[in-house]
Design a binder for this molecule. Structure first.
Ligand code: AMP
Length: 470
């Protein structure tokens, strides 16, 4: 097994990794670190939870070692590395990691993001910092205010580029890249590679090496299960699962901000300590909820996709999809919050009839059907209302309105392309009439081990045999 020392990392970095308890590199670290130490551009296909932060941050820090100094003059600490992330939460976490990795090195880092008073960030910027982690909008605010200079940046990292695209940050990214010196090392990470991301990669990266780790695949340590249920009984089923299984630290995803608030309130009324995070919450509220959740004092954290982006909690044990995401790739992102760095995790999806199309999209994306189990007493055929109160003809289920959250810090200038059309609804699960007391289990299918490539050529279209020799 390869060690961090064998990857060529410096003793001061190895010491920090030791302090953090990192024993061996993860697959993406094994592949990215040696290449990045040589200064090559990298395009990484890796989801959150694979250890990609250290994969880009460690070589970045090592390449800055010659510049590390204890000088007090700001001129001795120009911004040399810029790490861009789509959300404040991810930015905060990345910078926390960077700080921990350079614990024994006199390099300074700072995180800047929108939604908080810009004036609090300025004095620290003035003292000089080498590594800046930023969300794109706030970075441009600082550029406009002339409170930072980017003319000495020699390394650029774009983290979760697909999410930046989804959030409408593409014009901001282009403006930022235009401000950087041409001579620099670039690393870009994305879980998915739609056309626009490939174009962005083409425009930013210079002859990059493409590194792929479990692309579009869910972490193999995550057990995934689907519980079909009537949409009106989801809350009861969630409460039932949490209480009967005594689940702690449960991250629950809802499709809308409204639903997020409502569910957290209802869970609290039912005696489960819950809080909500979504785009309408202030940064302080989000951080408070996250900290309580991390510390284990908050049992359930209800979140929307954007707010939960990049949440990094050691060994988060449970992720619940209360609403299935309408975009299958979000499923992969969501459940990437659990089963991290080898820890075991469980992803539970509560699926109502109207969501079967999204389930089918997810199964198509991850390449295997999900194990499906009906929880006794929560058979999907009926809502929990007495028979005499049920309408004569079945009430059509209200579709969950997708609410696309926008980055709070700045209005997007570009909307992402519409998502793929939903497929036809999944067959029989919801067709059977409700028979009280029956329980059924649809045969579980083992989660497929995702294919793993070593280093693949970057999006080169396959050479056709007939043209190969030309
Ligand atoms: P990331 O994918 O960068 O968000 O990392 C996911 C989690 O794995 C974080 O909590 C890291 O601190 C942790 N981690 C990253 N690399 C390692 C490693 N080599 N050994 C143990 N934990 C790691």
């Amino acid at each position: 097994m390869t060690t961090f020392a064998e990857l060529g990392l410096a003793p001061d970095i190895l010491r920090a990794l030791d302090d953090m308890g990192y024993a061996t590199p993860t697959p993406i670290q094994e592949q990215v670190i040696p290449l990045a130490l040589q200064g090559g551009d990298i395009l990484g296909a890796a989801q959150t939870g694979t250890g990609k932060t250290a994969a880009f941050a460690l070589p970045l820090l090592q390449r800055l070692l010659p510049f590390a100094n204890n000088g007090t003059s700001p001129a001795k600490h120009p911004i040399r590395a810029l790490i861009l992330t789509p959300t404040r939460e991810l930015a905060i976490q990345v910078e926390e990691s960077v700080k921990a990795y350079c614990k024994h090195i006199p390099l300074r880092s700072l995180v800047v993001y929108g939604g908080v008073n810009i004036n609090t960030q300025i004095p620290i910027l003035k003292t000089g910092i080498e590594i800046l982690v930023a969300t794109p909008g706030r970075l441009l605010d600082h550029v406009q205010n002339k409170t930072l200079m980017l003319n000495q940046v020699n390394t650029l990292v774009l983290d979760e580029a697909d999410r930046m695209l989804d959030m409408g940050f593409m014009p901001d990214l282009k403006r930022i890249v235009a401000l950087l010196p041409v001579q620099r090392v670039n690393m870009m990470f994305s879980a998915t590679f739609p056309e626009e991301i490939r174009k962005l990669a083409d425009s930013i990266l210079n002859n990059p090496t493409f590194i792929e780790v479990a692309r579009n695949a869910t972490a193999v340590t995550v057990t995934q299960v689907v519980h079909p249920v009537h949409h009106e009984r989801k809350r009861q089923l969630l409460t039932h699962l949490i209480k009967t299984r005594d689940l702690k630290q449960v991250l629950v995803f809802t499709g809308t901000k409204l639903g997020c608030n409502r569910l957290a309130n209802e869970l609290n009324k039912l005696g489960l300590h819950a809080d909500a995070i979504h785009g309408d919450k202030t940064q302080q509220e989000r951080i408070k909820a996250l900290d309580a959740f991390k510390a284990g004092t908050l049992r359930v954290l209800v979140a929307t996709d954007v707010a939960a982006r990049g949440i990094d909690i050691e060994a988060l044990p449970y992720v619940v999809n209360y609403d299935l995401p309408h975009n299958a790739e979000d499923y992969v992102h969501r459940i990437g919050r659990t089963g991290r760095a080898g820890a075991m995790g469980e992803a539970i999806s509560l699926v109502s009839e109207s969501e079967t199309r999204y389930l089918r999209d997810i199964e198509k994306l991850i390449g295997s059907p999900l194990a499906t189990t009906i929880v006794p007493g929560f058979e999907p055929g009926a809502a929990d209302v007495p028979v005499y109160q049920q309408p004569r003809s079945p009430r059509p289920e209200r579709a969950v309105e997708p609410v696309v959250e926008r980055p709070v810090e700045r209005a997007p200038e570009q909307r992402s392309a519409p998502r793929s059309k939903p497929a036809a609804s999944r067959d029989s699960l919801f067709d059977a009439p409700y028979v009280p007391g029956t329980a059924a289990t649809v045969a579980p299918v083992a989660n497929r081990q995702p294919p793993k490539k070593q280093v693949a050529a970057l999006f080169r279209s396959p050479v056709k045999p007939e043209s190969a020799g030309q």
